[in-house]
Design a protein around this ligand. Structure first.
Ligand code: ZN
Ligand code: FE
Length: 257
């Protein structure tokens, strides 16, 4: 199993470090919004950064890139369709990233919705999905449409259920409060809420999640379920034609929740 370390940044970001398979002291850094906590962690643990993987252009995912490049001289991988300062390798769906030094290989999925050019890194039964999928939630639609985001989440749903999901924000408890408003009788949401609360009380991350779990608790991945549809229709006050319309309603509901 892939070894990873979440480095907390800002109020609720995680900068994931992916450890090399042959040499776990070598790490790839995912979405470094801030360089300081990464530099502190890698120097304390005597780790050796080898690459930076970026999912999208927001400051809380790229703000530390230049500083880390200056410090360690790292190659920067990022979405082809977005402006990423310092990017060396422009990636889009169908591409793969081979990090020889780390023994890691990821394939790239386009997942527009939160931003227009957002990508995810998939490999080693793990998905680094940036701000597309959160545990029990999904990213806000800053640059994309409900149809695009539904399609992106639908793409993730095609991956094996035991895929571990490395989201970049600790939003789980707040998302679960909304999820139980959408599906008050979903027992998986209730059980997960208790588990997540215990983890947070102990100062532990709730992440990574798995796709199996998300398919049971995440309203945004459940727009084809009768319970979510009827709840969204009740909220909207009219019937909704298809899962994309359900998604759009649930997303707008969450934005105002
Ligand atoms: Zn973002
Ligand atoms: Fe973010």
């Amino acid at each position: 199993m892939l070894r990873t370390t979440p480095v907390p940044a800002f109020s609720d970001n995680y900068i994931w470090l992916i450890h090399g398979i042959g040499d776990p002291r070598k790490v790839a850094i995912v979405d470094p919004g801030d360089a300081e906590p990464v530099i502190k962690y890698v120097s304390n643990q005597e780790l050796e950064p080898a690459a930076i993987l970026v999912t999208h252009h927001h400051w809380d995912h790229v703000g530390g890139v230049q500083h880390l490049v200056n410090e360690f001289g790292l190659p920067v991988y990022g979405p082809a369709a977005e402006d990423i300062l310092g990017r060396d390798f422009a990636l889009r769906e169908g591409d793969s990233v081979t990090l020889d030094e780390l023994g890691l290989e990821f394939s790239i999925l386009d997942c527009p919705g939160h931003t227009a050019g957002h990508i995810a890194y998939y490999g080693h039964q793990s998905l680094f999905c940036g701000d597309t999928l959160f545990s029990a939630g999904c990213g806000r639609l800053f640059e994309g449409t409900p149809a695009q985001m539904s399609e992106s989440l639908g793409k993730f749903a095609q991956l094996p259920g035991d895929t571990r999901v490395f989201c970049t924000h600790e939003y789980t408890l707040a998302n679960l409060r909304f999820a139980s408003a959408v599906e008050p009788s979903n027992l998986d949401i209730e059980a997960y809420s208790a588990r997540a609360r215990t983890l947070r009380d102990q100062g532990q991350p709730t992440l990574p999640s798995t796709l199996d779990l998300e398919e049971r608790v995440n309203p945004f991945m459940r727009c084809d379920q009768e319970s979510v549809r009827s709840s969204a229709e009740h909220h909207a006050g009219h019937s909704l034609a298809d899962p994309v319309a359900v998604f759009a309603t649930v997303r707008a509901w969450k934005d105002a929740f």
